[in-house]
Write a protein that binds this ligand. Structure first.
Ligand code: SF4
Ligand code: SF4
Length: 188
């Protein structure tokens, strides 16, 4: 594997990232993207864009796993000491239809959870996601409904109240932020 990599034709994180300096919300394509691809302000792109390095760019995946080829951006996240692999699909069904993404997920799932969601849903607390857990079980979360598949059995539960509370707080924060950005004349 090579550690010296260039993004080349990939621009998937230009949808994923939140860039306050523009401003741009997470999960929407950047208005600075040129129609043929690439950044229209590359030489003076904000620090957030310069600093972001997905798992592939950091040399943690094979050379052929560049996100635009995989159809997903991969990252390692750490939520208060709980690491996980984040797979953000750039197109619906990317994970389902990719043997390579399944291989990568299986490798990481041996030790940490793998979360699968969509690149453009990053700011939406209601967005559905899948969680593949090291014990072999899988969760599908839609709204506050959690389906858990374990040893061939399906359990359905409602999200615990603390997570529901956090989710509704995030929804209010997101609505406030969207209103503020609209008031500033940004379409984002
Ligand atoms: S997703 Fe990774 S490879 Fe693609 S543009 Fe962003 S940092 Fe570069
Ligand atoms: S400013 Fe350029 S590098 Fe940054 S998100 Fe927009 S298109 Fe991508």
């Amino acid at each position: 594997m090579s550690a010296q990599r260039e993004c080349g034709a990939c621009d998937l994180c230009c949808t994923l990232l939140r860039v306050d300096a523009l401003p741009k919300l997470a999960g929407v394509p950047c208005r600075q993207l040129r129609p043929g691809g690439g950044c229209g302000i590359y030489e003076r792109r904000p620090q957030v864009c310069r600093g972001y390095r997905c798992l592939w760019l950091r040399g943690r995946l094979e050379d052929g796993d560049r996100p635009d080829r995989l159809g997903a951006v991969l990252d390692l996240r750490d939520d208060a000491g709980a690491p996980r692999l984040e797979i953000r699909e750039a197109r619906p069904g990317a994970f389902e239809h990719s043997e390579r993404l399944h291989e990568i997920a299986a490798r990481f799932r041996g030790t940490i959870p793998v979360r699968i969601s969509a690149t453009d849903d990053v700011m939406n607390p209601d967005a559905p996601f899948r969680l593949l857990l090291p014990d072999g079980s899988e969760q599908r979360v839609v709204g506050d409904r959690i389906e858990t598949r374990r040893d061939g059995r399906l359990e359905i539960a409602r999200m615990p109240w603390a997570r529901r509370l956090l989710r509704s707080g995030l929804q209010r924060w997101r609505a406030r932020r969207l209103r503020r950005l609209h008031a500033r004349g940004s379409e984002y």
